[in-house]
Design a protein around this ligand. Structure first.
Ligand code: C2E
Ligand code: MG
Ligand code: MG
Length: 254
């Protein structure tokens, strides 16, 4: 039984929501939640990943076209599997989904885990170029955990880096993690990329990221992944009156 949950990142300075990331949720036959890492591995092994991505893309675009029609301007991020980048018709599938739900391409970001673009670089690069040609934004998820070298980053047509949660969670205790976060923020500035720091679990980490110049962040301290209607309530509460990020900690979580 497949469903979607949405987790919004917010602007680290103003506390305002800046979009929503769709995540697949799956319940097993007994109704028990199966962690994404597990069912994604199963889907990949069974050759079903492409179908899963198609489902997530179309279902989240359908939800978004509904809430956009109601006047909520939310940008959408969708996770894409490395497997998808080896399917030559993947960009066509994306284009078709955008047409079906009448969604402007530049409102949609595809998140690609960092390990993806390294294998068969030329072929993957061609697919990424085609996706950029369609107009969707591209983001490198879990940045810092994989192998994308600086040279590769220069070639990749990406718009955004998502700093992996292990570094964000570790940055208050470990100098090495802090250095990685700081370096990634510098790097993004130099390359003109936007950044999202993942896995912010406490207000102190959020404040530290803001001081380092981080733009936006995502994590339990901001909002957990929730169904769309809950996300809309959360957004409404956040945008109704300006909140400073420090005041935001006393707000109910989404
Ligand atoms: P991801 O895209 O990097 O998503 C971040 C994961 O960290 C999510 O777990 C999220 O619930 C969790 N998270 C968010 N904030 C915090 C926090 O403050 N602390 C902690 N400890 N965790 C936090 P989730 O939903 O279990 O997803 C795990 C991974 O599975 C995702 O990593 C993504 O790579 C993959 N995934 C999830 N949904 C999809 C999907 O629809 N398609 C594809 N291809 N992959 C997906
Ligand atoms: Mg992601
Ligand atoms: Mg991640």
């Amino acid at each position: 039984d497949l469903a979607l949950a949405f987790q919004p990142p917010s602007d680290l300075t103003t506390g305002r929501p800046v979009g929503a990331e769709a995540r697949a949720r799956w319940r097993g036959p007994l109704g028990q939640p199966v962690p994404p890492d597990q069912f994604i591995e199963i889907a990949t092994r069974c050759g079903l990943m492409h179908q899963l991505t198609r489902w997530v893309l179309n279902s989240s675009l359908r939800e978004f076209s509904r809430v956009w029609a109601q006047g909520h301007a939310v940008d959408l991020s969708v996770n894409v599997s490395p497997v998808d980048l080896h399917e030559t018709d993947f960009p066509d599938m994306v284009e078709h989904a955008l047409e079906t739900w009448s969604v402007d391409a530049d409102r949609v970001t595809l998140e690609i885990t960092e390990t993806a673009p390294v294998r068969e670089t030329r072929q993957v690069l061609a697919i990424l170029e085609r996706l950029r040609g369609i107009g969707v934004r591209l983001s490198i998820d879990d940045f810092g955990t994989g192998h994308s070298s600086l040279a590769l980053l220069r070639q990749l047509p990406v718009n955004e880096l998502k700093i992996d949660q292990q570094f964000v969670r570790g940055m208050r205790e470990s100098k090495a993690s802090l250095d990685i976060v700081r370096t990634t923020l510098d790097l993004s500035r130099n390359f003109g990329l936007s950044t999202v720091a993942e896995g912010i679990e406490d207000p102190e980490t959020r404040a530290a990221l803001r001081e380092l110049g981080g733009q936006s962040g995502q994590g339990w301290c901001i909002a957990r992944p929730v169904p769309m209607d809950q996300l809309l309530d959360w957004r409404q509460a956040k945008t109704a009156r300006p909140v400073s990020p420090d005041a935001a900690r006393t707000q109910p979580r989404g």
